[in-house]
Ligand binder design. Structure first.
Ligand code: FAD
Length: 630
């Protein structure tokens, strides 16, 4: 047997998802191959090279806490870093990094090449090999056949990709890459249902042709920060973003050209991301809005290209040029790449188990944008989970399924596999019902132990976080006993932050409960050597304690229903009183637990009660020794 053609796990695609899937599987001891149609596009960012932002930043931190690589890649390549949502409270504040596109990809490339038993190979996967509904390998367009016991498909926006620029369209992957043509048919033959989505990107303009002096410039935050729990925090200087805006003149040009937009002429009928609409969509849907902000953002340290955030478009290049020249600061801007839209096949995600394996083909996993998502962060998290679960199944271990109360990653996968999605799914804070307890700052406490159990968090990383937690807890315990005396200095400090004065000793933690008293303020009144990050963690825990307890009680109340397993033999058709819609949807999704069933669209509370009764009957029969089919 030729070892070059024989693997435990093959990952199709070397994007954000494919890289994380392959790293997780190989670090867990599997001989792994990334089969990518172009090795030069490894971890390519076809859109804005930005990582993080609301909810997406939480995903990156969670991935990092379990041993994923994206946070490290972002830290390695950051040009500009900011905290977002700072005025909305700690629960939803999160980092956003503008990265150097090439450095980001180079970091992944370096890490991939340093992992033993992880191989990369340039080849376009054309067909899956299956054996009695179990995956057995992949054949490339060049006719090479690779064997594997598990396959992860992470082919992004490439499957039957079609680019649109105005009324012109042609088969293509993103950024001029080749599309993947035959893999879709192979999946359909294997019994997997596909559908189509679209997404879009902005024109890029030349840095030197922008009049930066006339624009509002946004520098990085002045405080050192990092995405990864294990990176050194840094302040980033030398790169900035700037804000410009559209005007009535811009909108008039767009409106006059709408007949040349494939969205207005309905040349493209497939759904795009509602939460991140193109400028064309915005003008069509909100014709009365007079202006939209556009952010000019660097794509690389040494690159001349500037990305135009919020200006993705399907318009022909000449219209794009005219629009650019209406934007303040861009009157003489030179367009380097036109924006475009792309439509592509994706796998309807309700066909996946909560551990991302397809129900149609055992051993076949899907991850990344192919599951109906949009975004580097969503892709990376799905890749990690698919890689981990492929490896766990090879070791005969139970799959890793994160709860909705455990991680944004759990919400992402549960939403996709239980509810499905009718537009490219993007993670948002509002999707997460437990966002007060699942914060950016406590991702390590929630998830590092899981990464350690998987073998993805080594001793050094583990002791770094463990020691940090221990010292923080000891300090919290010590401070909980400290009372702050009333006095001139104390009251001066309190007045300084707009807080009421005290006239008798007050517990330090009670002062910290006040919204206007931060850890920084408290540390002027109490002697402490705790670093700022750990101190802020204590502050958040103290301030959110009441809400967090309420969330935990809610989780405990729901948990019996959430975890109640649905016997695989249960037939929804046989449950009297279940609505026809519920039977249809549940039979498609095949939820594993009653909690998952309750989130399937079209299933109501009466349906859930009926299913619960049947599960209890099953359990009763089981404990009475009655077996299936008796
Ligand atoms: C035009 C455009 C605009 C976007 N806008 C945004 C945005 O505004 N915000 C945002 O967060 N995200 C945006 N995205 C999405 C973001 O780029 C993706 O979500 C992310 O890249 C998906 O990662 P992935 O790993 O799933 O797939 P990709 O990054 O697309 O990687 C897929 C990989 O699979 C390989 N491949 C494909 N088919 C085969 C095959 N048959 N055989 C071998 N290899 C194959 C490719 O070579 C590539 O390496 C946009 C994407 C595009 C294309």
């Amino acid at each position: 047997m030729n070892r070059d053609y024989d693997y435990d796990v093959i990952v199709i695609g070397g994007g954000h998802s494919g890289c994380e899937a392959a790293l997780a599987a190989s670090r867990m001891g599997c001989r792994t191959l990334i089969l990518n149609h172009n090795l030069d596009n490894t971890a390519l960012m076809p859109c804005n090279p930005a990582i993080g932002g609301p909810a997406k930043g939480n995903l990156v931190r969670e991935l990092d806490a379990m041993g994923g690589e994206q946070a490290k890649s972002a830290d390695f390549s950051t040009l500009h870093l900011r905290w977002l949502n700072t005025s909305k409270g700690f629960a939803v504040r999160t980092l956003r990094a503008q990265c150097d596109l090439k450095d980001y990809a180079a970091h992944y490339g370096r890490v991939l090449s340093g992992v033993p038993d992880l191989y990369v190979y340039q080849g376009m996967a054309a067909e899956l090999v299956t054996d009695a509904n179990r995956v057995a390998g992949v054949v490339t367009v060049a006719g090479e056949k690779f064997r594997a016991r598990r396959v992860v498909i992470a082919s992004g926006t490439y499957m039957r990709g079609k680019v649109h620029m105005g009324l012109v369209s042609f088969p293509s992957g993103p950024l001029g890459q080749m599309p993947s043509v035959t893999l879709s048919d192979s999946l359909i033959r294997a019994g997997i249902e596909l559908s189509r989505f679209r997404t879009d990107t902005t024109p890029r303009i030349c840095r030197n042709s922008v009049d930066w002096a006339s624009l509002d410039i946004q520098e990085s935050d002045p405080k050192p920060e990092a995405f990864s729990h294990w990176s050194e925090k840094r302040v980033y200087t030398g790169h900035y973003c700037a804000r410009t805006r559209t005007s009535k003149v811009t909108h008039d040009i767009l409106k006059a050209a709408l007949e040349r937009s494939p969205l207005a002429t309905r040349e493209i009928e497939v759904r795009g991301p509602r939460y991140c609409p193109s400028l064309d969509d915005k003008i069509l849907k909100f014709p009365d809005k007079e202006s939209h902000p556009i952010f000019l953002e660097p794509v690389g340290r040494d690159s001349r290209e500037i990305y135009m955030q919020n200006f993705s478009t399907y318009m022909p290049p000449d219209v794009q040029r005219d629009i650019i020249h209406t934007l303040p600061g861009c009157e003489r801007a030179l367009m380097l790449r036109p924006g475009y839209g792309i439509e592509y096949d994706y796998v309807i995600p309700t066909q996946l188990e909560p551990w991302l394996e397809t129900r149609a083909v055992a051993g076949l996993y899907c991850s990344g944008q192919i599951c109906g998502t949009s975004g580097y962060e969503e892709a990376a998290c799905l890749g990690f989970m698919a890689g981990v679960n492929a490896a766990l199944s090879l070791k005969g271990r139970d799959p890793l399924v994160l709860g909705r109360d455990q991680a944004y990653i759990g919400v992402l996968i549960d939403d996709l596999t239980s509810r499905g999605t009718d537009e490219p799914y993007r993670m948002l804070p509002s999707r997460c019902e437990y966002r007060l307890t699942m914060r950016h700052d406590n991702a390590d406490r929630r998830l590092t132990e899981i990464g350690r159990d998987l073998g993805l968090i080594g001793d050094e990383r583990w002791s770094a976080v463990y020691n940090r937690w221990r010292l923080t807890e000891m300090e919290r315990e010590r401070i909980s006993k400290v009372r702050i005396a009333a006095g001139d200095f104390t009251n001066e400090v309190l007045r300084g932050v707009g807080s009421a004065e005290i006239d008798e000793p007050v517990r330090a933690l009670d002062l910290l409960k006040r919204p206007e008293v931060s850890w920084k303020t408290l540390s002027r009144l109490v002697e402490t050597e705790l670093d700022d990050e750990s101190g802020t963690w204590i502050e958040i825990e103290v301030k959110y304690n009441g809400y967090a307890e309420r969330e935990k009680r809610h989780v405990r109340r729901l948990s019996s229903m959430e975890k109640l397993k649905i016997p695989p033999a249960l037939s929804y058709l046989d449950i009297k009183g279940l609505s026809a819609e519920a039977v249809d949807k549940l039979t498609r999704v095949m939820p594993r637990t009653l909690g998952q069933a309750s989130r399937v669209p079209g299933v109501n509370s009466v349906d859930i009660q009926l299913i619960q009764v049947v599960i209890e009957r099953f359990r009763g029969e089981e404990s009475a020794g009655v077996r299936d089919g008796d």
